[in-house]
Design a protein around this ligand. Structure first.
Ligand code: UD1
Ligand code: CA
Length: 468
């Protein structure tokens, strides 16, 4: 006989069918993002780390939207709970979907996003060690309001009572039900059918299983999570904000531990999947969102927002820039007040200055557009200089056209480049030009009215002799 009993398969069930009434939202509660990631995905990620035999998400309220969110995820199945008659009823719906008749079900709530996979491993270990039929994660809270309370007798759990159904004395209990459990497969579903709905909400409460197990002499264990913050549930916008703050705080701590300077972590908003290299300095009010990746030794000044973009090493982004779906190579300088719209790519050492907007535009290495420009659907060659106020006229009211500016070209200030048009390598465009035709490489294009000076015009007008 081995000392270690064979490990039974783990089946994860995630409850995500509830109405989320307290959110007052047209969006399903479980899809509200925390630091950029939908709430439900936190539970899914924790589940995946258990390497379960199956993952089943119970959907119901706005099931189509939640199912669409889960579509195409390998190994994740859904079961529809209709109508939504409570957490016990929700779990019962998974019976036909569970592929095997043995193993351990780990039950997660989609609205408890901070739970770590370490805690789930600890739950499973405690469950196996106790030889329990059911194990409940509990936590000790200073403010247990809203949670189910753990009622013990002689130290052993005897039942769980919901806030609304508890006596004043029971509501004093500070040990709460995290809503996360491990259940051995037999006898789970049979016992679930024994749950009634005689409570203030007329729902089938999953926590009632504890009392049912006790009556049937099935062993129930508890495991108390050391970090009570992990089991915070999200039921309202206020809790969403609070738990989001905890997620961000955790992310900020990880980045600082990895060598990133956050001047003021409390006002720095970094989504969970963002990566930042060491020795990068991030000033207050910076938002880094989605799949953004920032290199090493960058400096991001106050009020910058970067979405789904990649920045190389040693990039400086000055105050109040917005960068979306763009790529910025090493040693570039951007801003202040620059707008890099989707499809922008800056080559190494390029410079984009104040009040410059770029869309679907590539700037070669060392190219510059330092002041007050709009460059759309354009390609700017290496070390070209785009003068202040240069505008690409890329849209003719029907379709978009391309502008090509060659290597080392010099576009004088306040030029308009009417696309489609090509400025050749090393060419010059005189300031104030309206360029409507291609400029050959190495030539100068002047496209503006010639200046005429009328000498003595002012004194002639004063003398009443007319201004002509
Ligand atoms: C639940 C527990 C409570 C525990 C708390 C921890 C019950 C009755 N109470 O309360 O003891 O302290 O979680 O956060 O279980 N859901 C369904 N179908 C339904 C109803 C709910 O899938 O019919 C899902 C919800 O989408 C949610 C989860 O179950 O993800 C919990 O439901 P919720 O209504 O938020 O329960 P709580 O009142 O928070
Ligand atoms: Ca809840």
């Amino acid at each position: 006989m081995s000392d270690n009993p064979p490990v039974t398969p783990v089946h994860v069930v995630i409850l995500a069918a509830g109405k989320g009434t307290r959110m007052r939202s047209a969006t399903p509660k479980v899809l509200h993002p925390l630091a950029g990631l939908p709430m439900l995905d936190f539970a899914l990620r924790a589940a995946t780390r258990l390497e379960p035999a199956s993952v089943t998400v119970v959907v119901g309220h706005q099931a189509d939207i939640v199912q669409a969110h889960l579509a195409g995820r390998p190994g994740v199945g859904t079961v529809v709970q209709e109508p939504q008659l409570g957490t016990g009823h929700a779990l019962l719906q998974t019976e036909p979907a569970l592929p095997s008749r043995d193993g351990t079900v780990v039950l997660l709530s989609a609205d408890v996003p901070l739970l770590t996979s370490q805690t789930l491993h600890a739950l499973l270990a405690a469950h196996r060690e106790a030889g329990a039929a059911a194990t409940v994660i509990t936590a000790i809270l200073d403010r247990p309001y809203g949670y189910g309370r753990i009622v013990r007798r002689s130290g052993a759990i005897v039942r769980i009572v919901e806030e609304r159904d508890g006596s004043p004395a029971e509501r004093e209990i500070r040990e709460v039900n995290a809503g996360i459990y491990a259940f051995d497969l037999p006898p789970l579903f049979e016992a679930l059918r024994g749950i009634g709905a005689a409570n203030t909400q007329g729902e089938y409460y999953l926590p009632d299983l504890v009392a049912i197990y006790r009556r049937r002499k099935l062993p129930v264990a508890t495991w108390t999570v050391p970090n009570a913050g992990e089991i915070r549930g999200v039921n309202s916008r206020s809790e969403l904000a609070e738990v989001s703050r905890m997620v961000r705080q955790q992310k900020n701590e990880e980045l600082m531990a990895a060598g990133v300077t956050l001047v003021d972590p409390a006002t720095t908003y970094i989504d969970v999947d963002v990566q930042v290299g060491p020795d990068t300095v991030i000033h207050p009010g910076v938002h880094l969102e989605g799949s953004t990746r920032i290199g090493a030794a960058c400096e991001l000044h106050a009020g910058v927002r970067i979405v789904n973009s990649t920045l190389g090493d040693r990039v400086t982004v000055l105050n109040h820039c917005v960068v979306t779906d763009s790529r910025v190579e090493a040693a570039c300088s951007v801003g202040p007040f620059a707008h890099l719209r989707p499809g922008t790519a800056l080559g190494e050492g390029a410079k984009v200055g104040n009040f410059v907007e770029l869309k679907k535009t590539t700037m070669g290495p060392g190219a510059k557009a330092n002041h007050l420009s709009y460059l759309g659907d354009a390609s700017v060659g290496e070390r070209a200089n785009v003068g202040a106020g240069t505008i690409t006229c890329n849209y003719d009211g029907v379709s978009k056209h391309e502008t090509v500016i060659g290597k080392r070209a010099f576009v004088g200030s306040d030029s308009t480049l009417v696309a489609p048009v090509t400025i050749g390598d090393d060419a010059y465009v005189a300031a104030g030009s309206a360029i409507t035709g291609d400029v050959p490489p190495g030539s100068l294009a002047i496209a503006r009215a010639r200046q005429e000076n009328k000498e003595g015009w002012v004194s002639r007008r004063k003398a009443g002799k007319g201004g002509h």
